[in-house]
Write a protein that binds this ligand. Structure first.
Ligand SMILES: Nc1ncnc2c1ncn2[C@@H]1O[C@H](COP(=O)(O)OP(=O)(O)OP(=O)(O)O)[C@@H](O)[C@H]1O
Length: 244
């Protein structure tokens, strides 16, 4: 089943064309990445999918329904964690539930149930400044997940982390993905990250972004550190490097 389907999306800012005829599909429980150069229009595409921007041409379907210009259906995590410094981690992750009308007490109870899986147990009452970079990103991911558990748009969530924390986060995110089965659309500049995490990769061109190639990643799950050195991984990586 198609969770997200984008057909022929085109977007201009004034007379600058940013997206040109973008078509893309995310199936249910699929992890799909967009790999593209800086400034090509990836974040703009996320804004279009989440309804924050209206495309000049094309259609956006979520679960088969027209969602062009409509917000509130998918959860969207930006590059920065955007945690509110004056709220505890628990209250930060509760924000989407409270915004949806849940009482703070019920929201806290529900959110607490995920703290262990998200590696945040024992930090419910800590403030963002007391957490490591990786933990802050996991808290932001939990908040994103609680907004809409089935479809998540993740815009370079690990871009600012050091290489070691980043690779730990990849393994952790794979576990979360296998455990909760969301459908994820993920933006990255990092080829290894895209191959390791994804079922399918859309390689975008320079601006105006077009889909240069769609690459399937048939590497079996669950994946582990060994995945990074397997033959299939290297073949896909070479294919992408030749394309860029
Ligand atoms: N609201 C806006 N109004 C005008 N121009 C915009 C707006 N949003 C983005 N742009 C421009 O559109 C282009 C694409 O930006 P976008 O952020 O989508 O790229 P990106 O591929 O996500 O970049 P990066 O990888 O560096 O985050 C940029 O030139 C940017 O300045």
């Amino acid at each position: 089943m198609k969770k997200i389907e984008i057909i022929g999306v085109r977007k201009f800012f004034e007379d600058m064309e940013v997206l040109r005829c973008i078509s893309l599909v995310v199936e249910e429980n699929q992890f799909v990445s967009i790999l593209g150069p800086s400034g090509c229009g990836k974040s703009t595409l996320f804004e279009v999918i989440s309804g924050l921007q209206v495309p000049d041409e094309g259609q956006i379907f979520i679960d088969g329904k027209d969602f062009k210009g409509k917000t509130g259906r998918v959860s969207y995590m930006h590059q920065k964690d955007l945690l509110l410094p004056w709220k505890t981690i628990l209250d930060n992750v509760c924000i989407p539930l409270v915004l949806k009308g849940m009482s703070l007490t019920t929201a806290r109870q529900k959110a607490k149930g995920y703290f262990k899986a998200f590696g945040l147990e024992g930090f419910e009452n800590a403030y963002p400044v007391q957490l490591s970079g990786g933990m802050r990103q996991r808290a932001a991911l939990l908040r994103t997940y609680l907004f809409a558990t089935d479809i998540m748009l993740l815009d370079e969530p690990f871009g600012a982390l050091d290489a070691i924390t980043r690779s730990k986060m990849h393994l952790w995110l794979m576990n979360i993905f296998d455990q909760y089965n969301p459908s994820i659309l993920f933006i990255t500049h990092d080829i290894d990250e895209a191959i390791f995490l994804s079922d399918k990769i859309y390689v975008f061109s320079e601006r105006p972004a077009t889909v240069k190639r769609v690459i399937d990643v048939p590497i079996p799950r669950p994946r582990s550190k060994k995945t990074l050195t397997c033959k299939e991984f290297q073949v896909i990586k070479e294919d992408i490097l030749n394309l860029l």
